[in-house]
Design a protein around this ligand. Structure first.
Ligand SMILES: Cc1cc2nc3c(=O)[nH]c(=O)nc-3n(C[C@H](O)[C@H](O)[C@H](O)COP(=O)(O)OP(=O)(O)OC[C@H]3O[C@@H](n4cnc5c(N)ncnc54)[C@H](O)[C@@H]3O)c2cc1C
Ligand SMILES: Cc1cc2nc3c(=O)[nH]c(=O)nc-3n(C[C@H](O)[C@H](O)[C@H](O)COP(=O)(O)O)c2cc1C
Length: 778
């Protein structure tokens, strides 16, 4: 096969050498515009796992890299005068030049033709090539040429960074944070040979501009960074080798990261198959240090597929079905790349918001934990595997801050099993049974089903149980099966349940109060959900007269008198809830129900004082809040559940949720329960593990109010990670509690936490359960 690689970075060189090694008959050329020893940038890092992968494909290259690389395990954070270090992270650092030179030498040894100082203008310049590899980097000319085929999606990110080096040697991967009068800067610092360290400085665009760096040339930028990080540089200079940049051009040394992904990775140009590889087809932010890893793995995968194709079709005389191989290459790589890009995205976002969200909010210990788990790929238990002593120290610190006394020689509880206090309420652990409609009440009265349902979950170890959305009037119900609190019979039935929970467990009991609004008068959840009843429908009200779905009733737009009546219903239900003994009350302002219909611009199109800007849309929900706050005992807290994103164009986004949370905080809310969606039927949510936690994180740390995270949190490891990182204060778990009433006890056993009490009558079940789990682990 005749192969031409346009671009001699890691992708092009490594693919060339692997293919040449696979079959010396392949005629392979790499065309590179730079000279062999010419490159911008300093060191790159990748993980031990990448090295292992490379070893399996070409031991000689792996050996050469291993001799040259610097290996280190520790990460050190320098923040507010503190230095915190944790180990077990396993990185390999190597100079970019050195890596390229190793690959170049290996190419030459195998007989790959390397053509330097040559600009490849187009794939059409190589008409004899069967295969053209577009390994021409992030600004790929080939990708641009076939943009209508490859359909690139390129997003420029808001932070500015400059890639520098220094002669100061650091013995760990260092992250340095320094505050200026304009905001925070951070440096990512890693040694890559015995003389040099990479030093990337990063800051948000507005801080960069306010600091005058948009007007600074390379030299002035370096002087600025040297002053800012003087304490860390200990007299060593910062250096630039960005020779490709104009040294006089102002601001030019500072780059915005561009996230690249492409819908299509390959194309037949009429003569040759052209395929994108490495940064040309995908980029990964340096916060996760994996762009080179992706480039090398692309090369490995494409080689593997050619090898496989040849083995499968010896009859074809060794001529590969190139198009078929390229299609398989895209299919195989795009999944892994997407996974890594998602993790890189989280890590990148962390560094974009760190100044505004974490630096001034989190104490150094928690800041370190938050940073280590920034990609959300490294979990709590994963940190334990990396550095058990550091994690245990952190757990001890966290537990003590939560008010737990931990003896010197005792194992601290993990964050999930620490108490949390709001006003006069202390919940024994961080697990909440999320509100879940059971559609099993008659005339709004909870019955034996509810007693057993809540009783089982209270005995099952959760710290706090919420009722389902409990409706403030008969016409506030979603379905005829919904529970209510508009009369004394309902109050007394709830009191029986609350008394059971308080009498037989350490759990606390909360009530969620709500009004269905335009989503009312529908069938039970397991019937045709959200569809009107076959008969006996009741009239609906909402912020505006817009039906929910195509078959839904059109609600009446609420008048001021309606608002007064319904506010009074909320107040009456609040008084009954207090009498019934509930410990906390949650105002349901989410999921498109009545209060939520006011908050979202998709459902609120009013032209009076209750529509328009967010302050207006929140006006009546805040009135209701103020009224129930006045009626609820002062020592008991109130939570507000919000849809933090409508998942539909024109709807609320996280920015609006922050504004709304601020208003509720000012009104006296104690905690925000951060859900999302279900506001409009046409929503397009983006689901995933812990997918709503970013809202809880943002509101907690930007608004400065405790939060509940909810949504696809289904393992103790998730809860620990969210709580320990300060992304939320409580975790609500819904569906797992339908599958397993004793979810908390079972998760405690799974992670070996023995500090949670099982109900005394169940103790013999506990020891057998724990023994079986231990056996299954060994
Ligand atoms: C600040 C920063 C830090 C980074 N840190 C890391 C890290 O720690 N770990 C990591 O894994 N990755 C890191 N990366 C990313 C990493 O450098 C890239 O992901 C990786 O180099 C991609 O390899 P590539 O071969 O696809 O592209 P490149 O390395 O960009 O190579 C492309 C080559 O093509 C050549 N070329 C382009 N067009 C033409 C043309 N028309 N004719 C001839 N030649 C051409 C270029 O000169 C270049 O040599 C970092 C990137 C940045 C910006
Ligand atoms: C059967 C069921 C009923 C629900 N009813 C309510 C409710 O009454 N009020 C509410 O705010 N959320 C309700 N939810 C949403 C849950 O509280 C939770 O936010 C959602 O299920 C995501 O959490 P999970 O991934 O742990 O299930 C309900 C969810 C389920 C599965």
């Amino acid at each position: 096969m005749r192969i031409v690689c346009i671009g001699g970075g890691p992708a092009g060189l490594y693919f060339a050498l692997l293919m040449k090694q696979l079959d010396p008959a392949h005629r392979i050329t790499v065309v590179e515009r730079n000279r062999p020893y010419d490159t911008f940038g300093w060191g790159v890092v990748f993980s031990d796992a990448t090295m292992e992968n490379m070893r399996q494909w070409d031991a000689e290259t792996a050996d050469a890299i291993e001799v040259a690389f610097n290996h280190w395990d520790d990460i050190e954070v320098h923040f507010k005068g503190r230095c915190i270090r944790s180990g077990g992270h396993g990185f390999v650092g190597i100079g970019r030049k050195q890596l390229l030179n190793i690959l170049q030498r290996r190419c030459e040894a195998l007989g790959v033709e390397l053509v330097f100082e040559t600009e490849a203008e187009s794939d059409a310049d190589y008409p004899d090539a069967d295969l053209v590899i577009a390994s021409d980097g992030i600004n790929s000319r080939i990708r641009q040429k076939y943009a209508d085929v490859f359909l690139p999606d390129i997003v420029a990110r808001p932070n500015r960074f400059i890639w520098l080096g220094t002669t100061r040697l650091f013995d760990a991967f260092n992250f340095l944070f320094e505050k200026t009068e304009h905001g925070w800067f951070q440096a990512h610092v890693y040694k890559f040979d015995d003389r040099t360290t990479t030093f990337i400085v990063e800051t948000p665009e507005h801080v960069w501009q306010a600091s005058g760096l948009d007007q600074a040339n390379v030299e002035q930028s370096i002087e600025f960074c040297e002053r800012l990080f003087a304490a860390h540089l200990q007299g060593h200079p910062l250096l630039s080798n960005a020779r490709h940049l104009d040294p006089l051009k102002r601001g030019s040394a500072w780059i915005n990261f561009q996230r690249v992904r492409c819908r299509q990775w390959h194309h037949f140009n009429g003569r040759s198959h052209v395929v994108l590889m490495g940064d040309a087809v995908h980029t990964a932010h340096f916060a996760i240090g994996s762009g080179t890893k992706l480039a090398l793995e692309d090369a490995i995968e494409l080689t593997r597929l050619f090898k496989e194709a040849r083995a499968a079709a010896p009859a074809a005389g060794g001529s590969e079905d190139i198009a078929g191989v390229l299609a398989k290459y895209q299919a195989a790589r795009e999944v892994d790349v997407l996974r890594l890009q998602n993790a890189a995205w989280n890590a990148m976002e962390w560094f974009e918001v760190v100044g505004a969200r974490y630096c001034d909010q989190l104490p150094p210990e928690q800041f370190m934990y938050s940073m280590l788990t920034r990609s959300q790929r490294i979990s709590h238990e994963n940190l334990r595997l990396r550095d058990a002593a550091w994690l245990e120290g952190y757990e001890r610190w966290f537990a003590q801050r939560a008010g737990v006394t931990v003896a010197e020689d005792a194992k601290p509880p993990s964050p999930m099993f620490t108490p949390f206090t709001l006003r006069g309420l202390t919940v024994p652990n961080r697990v909440v049974v999320s509100p879940m409609a059971m559609y099993s009440a008659a005339d709004g009265v909870p019955n034996d089903f509810h007693l057993v349902h809540f009783g089982a979950r209270a005995l099952g170890g959760a710290g706090l149980l919420y009722t389902e959305m409990t409706c403030v009037s008969s016409d506030a119900r979603i379905t005829p099966g919904c529970a209510g609190l508009w009369d004394d019979a309902q109050r007394d039935a709830w009191r029986r349940i609350v008394d059971f929970v308080h009498g037989h467990s350490g759990a606390k009991m909360g009530i969620q109060l709500g009004h269905a609004g335009r989503k009312g008068s529908t069938q039970l959840g397991w019937q045709r959900a959200d569809e009107p009843l076959d008969e006996g429908n009741w009239p609906l009200v909402s912020a505006s007269a817009i039906p929910y779905g195509p078959n839904s009733q059109t609600p009446r737009e609420m008048t001021r008198a309606d608002m007064d009546r319904i506010t009074a219903d909320f107040v009456a239900a609040t008084r009954r809830a207090a009498d019934a003994g509930f410990d906390i009350l949650e105002l349901h302002c989410a999921h498109g129900y009545l209060l939520s219909s006011f908050l979202s611009p998709l459902t609120n199109q009013r032209s009076d004082a209750y529509g328009g800007a967010v302050e207006n849309r929140a006006r009546w929900p805040l009135d209701v809040f103020a009224a129930i706050r006045a009626a609820w005992p002062p020592e008991r807290p109130i939570s507000v559940r919000l849809s933090c994103h409508d998942w539909f164009p024109g709807g609320n986004t996280a920015d609006d949720a922050v504004a709304i949370a601020r208003l509720f905080k000012a009104a006296g809310a104690d905690i925000i329960d951060c859900s999302s969606g279900q506001v409009v039927a046409e929503q397009k949510p983006v689901y995933g593990r812990m997918y709503q936690t970013p809202f809880a994180d943002r509101i907690r740390n930007e608004v400065g109010i405790p939060t509940v995270a909810v949504g696809a949190i289904f393992e103790a490891d998730h809860v620990n990670m969210v709580i320990a990182a300060g992304r939320a204060d409580l975790c609500a778990v819904a569906r797992p509690h339908l599958a397993d009433p004793a979810w908390t006890l079972h998760e405690a056993a799974r992670i070996g936490h023995d500090g949670i009490a099982w109900p005394a009558p169940y103790l013999s079940g506990r020891s057998q359960y724990e023994t079986n789990l231990k056996r299954a682990r060994t």
